[in-house]
Design a protein around this ligand. Sequence first.
Ligand code: GLU
Length: 492
Amino acid sequence: MKGNDSVRVRYAPSPTGDPHIGNIRTAIFDWFIARRLGGDFIVRVEDTDQNRLVEGSIDHQKESLEWLGIDWDEGLGKPGEFGPYVQSERLHIYHEITDTLIESENAYRCFCSPDRLKELRQEQRSKKMDRIGYDGHCRGLSSYERAENLDSGREYVVRFAMPTEGTSFVDDLIRGKVEFENGLVEDFVILKSDKFPTYHLASVVDDHLMNITHVLRGEEWLSSVPRHIQIYHSLGWDIPFFAHLPTILAPDRSKLSKRHGATSIMEYKQMGFVPEAMVNFLSLLGWSYDGETEIVELSDMISRFDISEVNGSGAVFDMEKLTWMNGNYIRQMDSAHLGDLLYDFWTQYPPREFDREPDRESSRKVASLVSERLKTLTDAAPLVAFLYSNEIEYSVDQLIQKQMDHSATLAILEEGKYFLKDIQEFSAQNIETELRILADKLKLKPRHVLGTIRVATSGQKISPPLFGSLELLGKSRTINLIDQAVNKLQAN
Ligand code: GLU
């Protein structure tokens, strides 16, 4: 194990699509470890599979981490003494290491053609052989044959020469000792014919050269352990700590996939989840704070996080719980913060209900009106559309409240208009006082008066608190909307 006591962890996304929530959970645990133990958190881009690159993936990784408030110390645009942090910029390093491995006979060039490999697999399958994989053909080439193949310019890959006996194991921080028989692992490719390394070589080399102390990754990589352990051994390198995180499962306990719903963190952002809830929720996928508490302050999670407490069995993604948690976070936020989140959200994803762009200040005011009613940020736009749209729509039937008639409704609107016009400081409190006096004067129930004004100004029967909403609308727009209601009623 590493003798170095400064902890270094890395998140190593491949730019092959939008960040999956499983990847982000790995990043969160990495970050918790680094921040708890005063270590470094590195982001390394693993782009060795050039055929699978998806443009924009790295930007989305960055945007996701930033959105969630996960800060990192090296890589992804930040300098550091162990760079470059993008694997395609480190090819010369992998080539050098590959040469070392070939020289020490821990690796060899394989000239087998794709056709031969295909035939081999077909034959192994048809004979129902236990072991399907490379048969080691080129491992046995004589030095003469090797030289001849090289001289004739034949394409080759480089394969690692796996020991045919013994076992490889790790003391996984989550799973304990996990052991594998070497003989069951084929001589795997470490350098492809395009001269890019495979994940196996690149990740081991980088984890070593970047002084990574803890390797956290999804359990789908557990089967790579014997390969990685053997690469470490063959180079005489110390083995870092490993932790293989449990797969994220759908409620039916199958692996969470697109058919169950959103799997990309960007989609959750777009659905109106707030970063605080997202980090809290994802960190409880496989880990528990104290066995019962669900809503946990970030600083408490960081100070208590222990990777060895993570549960190795799959973690179920419960959308209902996430939604509940999100609503909870929203209700507890101060309105300036919620307002900023709403403002950013509306700026990035303009609601179709709005005709005008909200500004930061009004978003903050809106936040205090709606926070009690939101489960997600997307719930806000329909509630406050009347504040940001030029037209509001409703029918006369909606305007005339239950137990009210045409003429009483008209009276409320016409009188109400004058009451409201007279208010000097158009504040929620003054508006409330005036409208209550109006109800008294008209000998009507306040709810009838307020209900009528509510529909006239918002087009909705249920809207955020009326007085605060009118304050936000402002006097002239409020009067204007009441005028429109009067016209609508008279035209009917
Ligand atoms: N690039 C790998 C992935 O995206 C990372 C695996 C690892 O963390 O070692 O799954």
